[in-house]
Design a protein around this ligand. Sequence first.
Ligand code: TXA
Ligand code: MG
Length: 338
Amino acid sequence: MPEIASGQSTESIDRAVALLNAGHLIGLPTETVYGLAADADNPEAVAAIFTAKGRPADHPLIVHLGADDLLSAYATDIPDAAWALAEAFWPGPLTLILKKAPSVPDIVTGGQDTVGIRIPGHPVALTLLRALAESRRQAGKSGGGLAAPSANRFGRISPTSAQHVADELGDAVALILDGGDCRVGIESTIVDLSRGAPVILRPGAISAEQLSLVLGEPIGSKDSVAKDVPRVSGSLASHYAPQTPLQVVDTVTIKDALQGPDRCAAIVRMGVDLEASLLQRPDVIVLADQPAAYAHAFYRVLRELDARGYARILVQALPEGTDWLAVQDRLGRAAHRD
Ligand code: TXA
Ligand code: MG
């Protein structure tokens, strides 16, 4: 199994920098989910990400930076809207799709002329990214960005702890930096700024309302624009699925299933109308009735239930409001079966 080392220690950070500079992969904690990181300027190292994940080679990766002074090394024609969003939300759970700089390897962008960039809001990620950039500067070289998708095998649930990364990827990763449980728990909001009016490609903790406020105009989402949108692997319908069949149902269905012949598990929200005797069962997980707290726990709970071999996982339907949109999106994908 790969080594899990505390992201707090200077020695671990130094080792991670040395491994990355030598073309190896590391497990990177961020505030959203854990990433599988490689030197963004080393095409062979980035190729190893695709092998480790079993991810199709035309799916683009996000480049993570430690500070926005590196932005122009990876992106070009950066619009004012990008600087405004960067100022408001970075470091944080927001990815911007921009025109790529010529030096960004094709393997990072899946051959597209755009690149996804984010400055993550996690102290370990920032310390590592800044140490990496500094090591380049001292060696008289450019770079310092890390290409990193979520550190799960393709199509599986994103990891929100260092142990999840080890369970997903095993020895494909040289070292996993432990940064604790991810605060946000679902992937970043993705905003495309590369083709005119800003568009949300993937909902996340940063909402359309928050983005609109900074942009000074309403922002649309992918569903409200025509089909000509870039490929987003996270937008495949079956992405993020557990192996156990998952269904979104009402409380009555949950009650019946828990008392029926199949071994089912249920995820409900606080305040659900179920008897105390049901709520106390180990196969019934009660999550917060609030989107951020729900998102924080959702992938971890799915992963734990998935490992217990239930016939089905039943999830109480979520409220309709826009504040639940990002969680709705992940739940919808987890429920989808091809
Ligand atoms: O929170 C996150 O975004 C996490 C952490 C590790 O930063 N990363 C993450 O990466 O979720 P990944 O690869 O699992 O998902 C990134 C998404 C993919 O759906 C990819 O298609 C999309 O970003 N993406 C990356 N570059 C793109 C581009 N140039 N155009 C359109 N979509 C892009
Ligand atoms: Mg992913």
